[in-house]
Design a protein around this ligand. Sequence first.
Ligand SMILES: C[S@@+](CC[C@H](N)C(=O)[O-])C[C@H]1O[C@@H](n2cnc3c(N)ncnc32)[C@H](O)[C@@H]1O
Length: 201
Amino acid sequence: MNRFNEIAKSWDANPRRLLLAEKIFSAIEKKVKLNDKMHVLDIGTGTGLLLMHFITKVKQITGIDNSEGMLKVLKEKTHKAGVSNVDYMLFDAEKDILPENKYDLAVSSMTFHHIENIENFIRSIYKSLRQNGKICIGDLETEDGSFHSDGNAGIKHFGFDKKTFAALLKNAGFKNVSVETVFEIDKNQKKYPIFSAYGEK
Ligand SMILES: C[S@@+](CC[C@H](N)C(=O)[O-])C[C@H]1O[C@@H](n2cnc3c(N)ncnc32)[C@H](O)[C@@H]1O
């Protein structure tokens, strides 16, 4: 059973997740000038905590995720809010292929540590972007395995080293790469730094 299908209905009840999506969005806005012609791809969109920040600022947002339960909550949310510029794709980043030359901006919040082969996936994101497209990924910096208090099933990386993540983006072809700490999550009497990784095609 996909852990996210089980947790989907109560996902938004945790204020820490809402705050984190806000912080990751503001890190994106500092790097990318959003406009009403843009098509944005949100990777591991979940219930759309990050995606919902874009709806009034860009033309179209595609939310992709491999959890039907999470996508169902997102669909209900956008339907209720009368949002018409969001589409959804059930998509497994470990094996499915993104369409090429399609998006202006690829974003993600807290998803990459669930994906085993991020090297291949980042290359596939590069191909999916139009010329001058941008990538902006928020996730955990290297942690000691204590972040997920419900256990580490489905966790493929205990966060990422910022230099290693920058090298992955550069090796995939991205230019003007930066990886910066943008926030710290207070949890389990510890602080978990969050990075925002940026690059341009
Ligand atoms: C920690 S949640 C973050 C959700 C959302 N971005 C947010 O900030 O609230 C990680 C999300 O990644 C999705 N995910 C995990 N592995 C995936 C994969 N291999 N392909 C696509 N999505 C995946 C999960 O279903 C989940 O919705």
